[in-house]
Design a protein around this ligand. Structure first.
Ligand code: CDT
Length: 311
């Protein structure tokens, strides 16, 4: 019997910095209910930092102000309405948020919940940007200042009758991230992103931002025979113009559904989960065709003297 799953990717327009968690979660609940109103959608994917504006885009000097962006517990009271909606609709929900652990460790995190049950948690590994403010840039990416590198590896779990993994934004540009999931049998990756149209440090890339977004996710899907569900935070958020282009990509690398706006928008698709196995049996049969004995440098630090230009 074919395994199918109807999934929805929910793109979010900007989240104003002034919006309370309660207000943002009420917006997510409305979108979740709309996404699952067909009665058969089983998975809803929201972007990275779905509960707040993407605050690494600016410097925050007040500790108290900064602390307000992180969730001390997940689940918590603010997110409860979304988890109740998940339980009521029988559909899982993935969303990204800033996490502070009881040990005061800070991570850029994504969780997959089915009702109040947390199915999977991932902490972002590939943090872009820098840890010091660059006053010459029109906006910042201070993820290295506000978060530490994720300490959970690249977890994959069995959920319903498929294997699922999570990635966050910049992770999608790194082939190792998808491969780590694929090596554990992931058939489906939920991914959220906040990507500015402009990259002040590489202006020549600006005209290709959408292309690079699709290129990295399509390559990740194809080369690892996985479904990729990419959810953007789009539009001008606190002065930073972000791409949209949320999409669902099949294990053959083709985009099968894509958002067209820069605002809240829902896209959906009936995924044939067995497609992964078909591609892994032949073209990407890891057992027969991979040569891990020749890949050692991939898992080692860069050698001394490797150019490391200033960011
Ligand atoms: N949030 C996040 O990871 N953003 C980065 C910006 C990198 S600048 C090229 C991204 O990869 O989209």
């Amino acid at each position: 019997m074919t395994r199918t799953l109807r999934a929805a990717v929910v793109q979010l327009g900007p989240i104003p910095d002034a919006d309370s968690r309660e207000k943002v979660v009420a917006r997510l609940v409305d979108l979740f209910e709309e996404a699952t109103s067909d009665g058969r959608t089983g998975l809803v994917v929201f972007p990275e930092a779905a509960l707040t504006a993407f605050f690494p885009h600016w410097e925050i000097t007040s500790t108290e102000e900064l602390q307000a962006y992180y969730e001390d517990q997940m689940p918590n009271e603010a997110i409860a309405p979304l988890l109740e909606a998940s339980a009521a609709r029988g559909a899982a929900v993935k969303f990204g948020y800033a996490e502070r652990t009881p040990e005061n460790r800070l991570f850029n995190t994504a969780s997959l919940f089915e009702g109040t049950q947390e199915v999977l948690r991932y902490r972002k590994v590939h943090l872009p940007g820098y840890n010091e403010v660059n006053p010459d840039l029109p906006f910042q990416n201070l993820e290295k200042k506000y978060f530490e590198v994720g300490n959970l590896g690249f977890p994959v779990t069995e959920w319903r009758d498929t294997r699922v993994g999570l990635l966050i934004c910049n992770d999608r540009r790194w082939p190792e991230a998808y491969r780590m999931l694929a090596l554990q049998g992931a058939e489906l990756v939920c991914l959220g992103y906040n990507t500015p149209i402009h990259t002040p440090s590489i202006p020549e890339a600006d005209q290709h931002t959408d292309f690079h977004n699709e290129l990295s996710m399509q390559a990740g899907a194809y080369q690892n025979s996985m479904w990729v569900l990419g959810a953007a935070k789009a539009g001008v958020e606190e002065g930073v113009d972000q791409i949209g282009g949320s999409c669902i990509i099949a294990p053959n690398g083709k985009i099968v559904a894509q958002a067209v706006s820069k605002d809240d928008e829902i896209i959906g698709y009936d995924m044939d989960l067995d497609m992964s196995a078909r591609f892994r049996e032949h073209m990407f049969n890891f057992t027969f065709h991979r040569r891990p004995e020749l890949y050692r440098p991939i898992s080692e630090p860069m050698p001394e003297g490797w150019p490391r230009p200033a960011l």
